[in-house]
Design a protein around this ligand. Structure first.
Ligand SMILES: [Cu+2]
Length: 180
């Protein structure tokens, strides 16, 4: 059942940096006076077919289709869930040996104008870093998405059995050049 290897906690520095940049963008957006109420990025991006991998403890991940109906790109900068102490935006990249590894994606995930990004095993995903309770197949949990303008949207995601998506996790502080 231990789908993910035990991994030491990583530094919280990355999360703090993300939060600060979100605040900075939000503060900038608030100084504008001509923003229409309908201009929130959260109104233009939807997450559909969303699901979360079942897990008893440790880490898991959420997947789905991010679709942007707007005329400008929108960046997803953070996510939270009551099911996990922390959620990170991850990407999957090959390491120096060609093996797939996942790591925090700097700057978040940008969804192109009138485009879509699929979060899926082996690609970008929302990583549940530290489950607060078991994620049981068939149950649901909520997921709050935060975009670059500070707007948020809440979606409900169903928990599913899934055997894959077990890429090795590379904490941000690790030196990728090691052994290369
Ligand atoms: Cu991950």
């Amino acid at each position: 059942m231990s789908a993910f290897p035990r991994t030491p906690r990583i530094a919280r520095r990355l999360g703090a940096t993300t939060a600060l940049s979100v605040l900075a963008v939000f503060a900038t957006a608030c100084t504008g006076t001509d923003a229409a109420p309908s201009s929130a990025q959260s109104d233009r991006v939807t997450l559909s077919d969303q699901w979360i991998k079942a897990a008893d403890s440790g880490m898991s991940a959420a997947f789905g289709d991010l679709t942007n109906t707007g005329d400008e790109p929108v960046t997803l900068v953070a996510a939270t869930s009551p099911a996990s102490a922390r959620v990170e935006i991850h990407e999957v990249v090959p390491d120096s040996t060609g093996a797939k590894t996942m790591r925090p994606k700097e700057g978040g995930i940008t969804i192109p104008a009138h485009g879509a990004v699929t979060l899926r095993p082996g690609a970008e995903h929302l990583m549940f870093m530290d489950l607060l309770q078991p994620l049981r197949t068939g149950a649901e949990t909520s997921l709050t998405l935060t975009f670059a303008d500070g707007s948020t949207s809440v979606v409900t995601a169903q928990i599913r059995d899934f055997a894959g998506g077990n890429e090795h996790y590379v904490p941000g502080a690790e030196n990728p050049a090691h052994g290369g």
